[in-house]
Design a protein around this ligand. Structure first.
Ligand code: GMT
Length: 378
């Protein structure tokens, strides 16, 4: 089949999931046409059957804001006609589901039927989507999608609560390719910590919702009891918060920050604990990636995180903002090597639930259903 995939090109989870899914489909012989405003971060364009189509908008002086949704729907139409797309899968509703709706209508005028699948990822519902400036447009375009999926049960529930959604939302969780997970490399670890020290890590887009102040506060409490270091990976608006708190707590020689890096797994695989104290998280793909590398997760207990991080098994969960509890849980694991080893094994075991071999068939079945439905129309 020929699949159009609309996604954000950034390191955010929705773009990563879209890219992995498309590349898997391409590997199986399907055509994967990625449509985005720049090359998706993890897209391997050297793979056979992978195409990239850029939404490249030229500035025009009249526009303070370029009409991105219009350009996106137009390019979807062009690609659907040129390559004969069988279906369109948009990741993150805003504005992708909206552009998909218009593309579908334009194509319908030309007697071309393009089934649209929208995957909801989180903030397109829980944060941005529910804002009055977008809400009715987002609700409308989600309802116009032929199929809707959400990455967790929690996000499905939130979607029905926030919007008047009239269709069934299918939960298809995010996935990971366990077979390609990097093994720990002791020589890299030695670049960051001494033999007897422990290594904690946080990976995110460093936005307010990730509660970077909690990340630093938890680590501050931990390092008072356990000789340890913290790595922070990612780029985002909370960089100043990190710098400020690092100085305030005098942790300059214990916290190391990285910008966006391609190969996060090489750092995850050498760490002992992953911190994710987010205000909200519809799934927590970064936690899953850590677990797949055998890293237990200390997280908040909101949204879909508890569907991924199993309290007392793959890590521990605590209420949002309860840094004392999160620090106590971290210390409990870090001070007992046998317990830490057990949780590392359990984290990896839990990650298997989300292995690509279990999740991809759910998307493939949905694609087949979408195609069968369209075939019936003709
Ligand atoms: O947080 C965002 O706005 C970005 C978004 C993304 O594109 O990565 O994250 C959401 O989608 C991920 C992939 O499905 C989930 O793992 C994240 O939990 C979710 N973020 C939030 O809900 C805050």
């Amino acid at each position: 089949m020929k699949i159009g995939i609309v996604c954000y090109p950034t390191f955010g989870g929705s773009g990563i999931v879209a890219t992995q899914l498309g590349m898997e489909m391409a590997t199986q012989g399907h055509e994967a046409h990625f449509i985005s405003y720049s090359l998706p971060a993890k897209l391997d364009v050297t793979l056979p059957n992978v195409y990239f189509h850029q939404v490249n908008i030229k500035p025009y002086p009249l526009f303070e804001y370029q009409p991105f949704s219009l350009a996106l729907s137009t390019i979807i139409v062009n690609i659907a006609e040129t390559y004969g797309l069988d279906l369109l899968h948009v990741h993150y509703a805003i504005p992708h589901a909206y552009a998909a709706y218009f593309a579908k209508q334009i194509l319908r005028e030309k007697d071309i039927f393009l089934p649209v699948i929208t995957t909801l990822h989180g903030t397109d519902i829980t944060l941005v989507g529910k804002h009055p400036i977008y809400k009715s447009g987002v609700e409308f375009s989600i309802n116009q999608s032929d199929y809707i999926t959400a990455v967790s049960h929690s996000l499905k529930k939130d979607s029905y609560e926030v919007f008047d959604i009239k269709k069934e939302i299918e939960v298809i969780p995010n996935f990971i390719d366990i077979s390609s997970v990097k093994k720990s490399t002791p020589c890299i670890r030695r670049n960051f910590v001494e033999e007897e020290e422990k290594l904690l890590i946080h990976v995110s887009n460093l936005r307010k919702i990730k509660r970077l102040d909690d990340v630093i506060s938890i680590f501050n409490l931990v390092q008072k009891k356990i000789r340890s270091k913290l790595l922070i990976v990612g780029e985002g608006p909370e960089t100043e918060t990190i710098e400020h708190l690092t100085t305030e707590y005098h942790l300059e020689d214990k916290i190391k920050t990285f910008g966006k890096i391609q190969d996060v797994q090489s750092l995850l695989s050498i760490a002992d604990l992953f911190l994710l104290p987010s205000e909200h998280e519809s799934f927590g793909l970064s936690a899953l990636e850590a677990m797949a590398c055998g890293i237990p997760v200390i997280s908040s207990n909101v949204g879909g995180i508890t569907e991924v991080n199993k309290d007392g098994f793959s890590g521990f969960v605590s209420p949002v903002g309860d840094v004392e509890s999160m620090a106590a849980n971290a210390i409990k694991l870090l001070e007992d090597d046998a317990l830490l080893t057990k949780f590392k094994r359990q984290a990896q075991e839990e990650a298997l639930v989300f292995d690509k071999n279990k999740i991809l068939p759910l998307y493939q079945a949905l694609y087949n259903k979408a195609l069968a439905k369209e075939t019936c129309k003709h």
